[in-house]
Design a protein around this ligand. Structure first.
Ligand code: NAP
Length: 286
């Protein structure tokens, strides 16, 4: 369990987990620099979305802390062929080690289609559909950083995974599906729920490990939680007063054995997992 003395013992401190990864990544990046390689991430930002801009700024700050070069590129015409052309150009550039295609994508832009223009060795956030296929096949690849962060947190907290009953709410290709694949690979028994699931509360209440990746503020209330379960909240939902809240209601978090808060949970770890992927890509390239 993580957290400062006196803190809620049920609360998993994502920022503390991120700090341990930060130290590891900074050392790896420094060693690579010493050998002549500057780990370089390019974030392609095809949107004016304010929360995307906020996330990219926080990624730039985190990259600077660990010695990863992070540059933002805006395609001239995010709707047209220039987005694909930019991703192709970056994929061919030997000075670029990682490429992130920041969401939300503009209307009419197909995510998997655009992601397929990111070369696999540089696909540090698992946006190329081939990465999801390799993940499903148990082959080496970068899983989407958020999904990998969920497993990072469970492993850091020493949550038993073998044989555990895991329920993932959400089946998107960026979070729900890859989390389910990673949990399956880790020998958990996994149920995936979505908007058409019948008796969602009953399914969730069976879970030793509940992962919420829905995008509906406080959807999962107390009756969705098995007492003592580990609840991982991926949801990030903006409120009218400018706050960010998760998919799991505070009443449910109190019933869980351990839970990740929003903010300060999965998001903090995700950034560091992504930067670790960049350094790994740079090392493999070097
Ligand atoms: P998404 O593509 O919109 O997928 C949402 C999933 O939730 C879908 O599978 C949907 O089911 C399901 N769903 C919607 N309403 C439901 C309901 N009432 N009951 C059960 N299932 C329901 O979203 P996403 O990209 O996976 O993101 C999910 C959340 O994670 C969002 O809040 C997002 O902001 C957050 N997020 C956080 C991070 C991070 O690093 N912390 C990173 C990425 C995303 P259907 O498939 O049937 O439509």
């Amino acid at each position: 369990m993580t957290g400062p003395p006196g803190a809620d013992p049920h609360r998993i401190d994502g920022r503390a987990i991120a700090a341990t990864i930060r130290t590891e990544v900074a050392t790896l990046a420094q060693n690579l620099r010493g050998a002549g390689t500057v780990s370089t991430l390019i974030v392609v930002l095809p949107t004016d979305d304010e929360s995307a801009a906020w996330y990219v700024r926080s990624l730039e700050r985190a990259a600077a802390q660990v010695g990863v070069e992070c540059q933002v590129r805006r395609p001239e015409d995010p709707h047209g062929a220039t987005l694909a052309a930019l991703l192709d150009e970056l994929s061919a550039d030997p000075g670029v080690h990682g490429i992130v295609l920041q969401t939300p994508l503009p209307p009419g832009v197909d995510g998997p289609d655009a992601g397929s223009h990111i070369a696999m060795p540089k696909d540090v956030d698992g946006a190329n559909p081939l990465s999801l296929g390799r993940l499903a096949a148990g082959l080496p690849c970068f899983a989407p950083a958020t999904a990998a962060a969920v497993l990072e947190i469970l492993r850091h907290e020493k949550v038993p995974l073998t044989g555990a009953r895991a329920v993932v709410v959400g089946r998107s290709t960026v979070v729900g599906k890859p989390v389910a694949l990673l949990l399956t690979e880790a020998d958990a028994t996994v149920t995936v729920c979505h908007s058409r699931t019948i008796d969602l509360a009953e399914r969730c209440a069976e879970a030793d490990i509940l992962v919420a990746a829905v995008g509906r503020a406080h959807l999962l209330t107390e009756r969705y939680i098995k007492p003592g379960a580990v609840a991982i909240d991926v949801g990030t939902n903006p409120t009218a007063d400018g706050q960010l809240v998760g998919d799991i209601d505070p009443s449910a978090a109190a019933k869980a054995g351990r839970y990740t808060p929003v903010p300060g949970g999965v998001g903090a770890v995700t950034t560091m997992v992504l930067l670790r992927n960049v350094v790994t890509a740079a090392r493999l390239n070097a």
